[in-house]
Ligand binder design. Structure first.
Ligand code: ZN
Length: 138
C-alpha cells in the first residue's frame, strides 16, 4: 500500500490482491485513526461481498461475486467500535456490461488498484453505539 499524508488528508493506494477492508482496518488501527470521513475511492474489486440491510429482519441480505468489477465509488466513515477503528464503507460497483449496483461493503479483494482519500476528523470523536447488528454513531 502506498500512503501519502498532508495535514489531515490521507491518500492510500491499495495494490493488486490486497484484502481491501482488512488492509484498511489494519492501517487505521496502526495509525490510531478512529474518526474520519472517506472522501473518495475508485478502482476495481473482485471476490467482494456487499449487503443490503433488511429493516424487517434486521439482517443483511448479502451478495458475493468473484468477478472483477469497476469500483465506481466508495464512501463512508471511520468510527470507534468496541475500542477499535471501524470503517463503515458503502460502494457502487459496475459490471462488464456497465450495470451499476452497490451496498454495504463487507469484503473485497483489490483488482489492479483502489485509490482512496480519507480525511481525519479527530474533533468529531465518532463512536458506534451498542446493538446486535445495527450500531449507529452516537
Ligand atoms: Zn452500511
Amino acid at each position: 500500500m502506498l500512503v501519502k499524508e498532508f495535514q489531515n488528508k490521507l491518500f492510500l493506494r491499495f495494490d493488486h490482491n490486497e484484502d481491501f477492508v482488512d488492509s484498511l482496518s489494519k492501517f487505521l488501527e496502526e495509525k490510531k485513526i478512529s474518526s474520519a470521513v472517506i472522501i473518495s475511492g475508485v478502482g476495481m474489486l473482485c471476490d467482494f461481498e456487499i449487503g443490503w440491510f433488511n429493516i424487517e429482519t434486521k439482517e443483511y441480505e448479502t451478495r458475493r461475486d468473484p468477478i472483477p468489477h469497476e469500483l465506481i465509488s466508495v464512501s463512508g466513515n471511520v468510527s470507534k467500535k468496541d475500542g477499535k477503528p471501524f470503517a463503515h464503507l458503502h460502494v457502487a460497483l459496475a459490471s462488464q456490461t456497465h450495470r451499476l449496483f452497490g451496498g454495504h461493503l463487507f469484503k473485497g479483494i483489490v483488482c489492479n488498484t483502489v485509490e482512496l482519500v480519507i480525511e481525519k476528523t479527530p474533533e468529531f470523536d465518532l463512536k458506534r453505539g451498542e446493538g446486535k447488528t445495527f450500531r449507529p454513531i452516537v
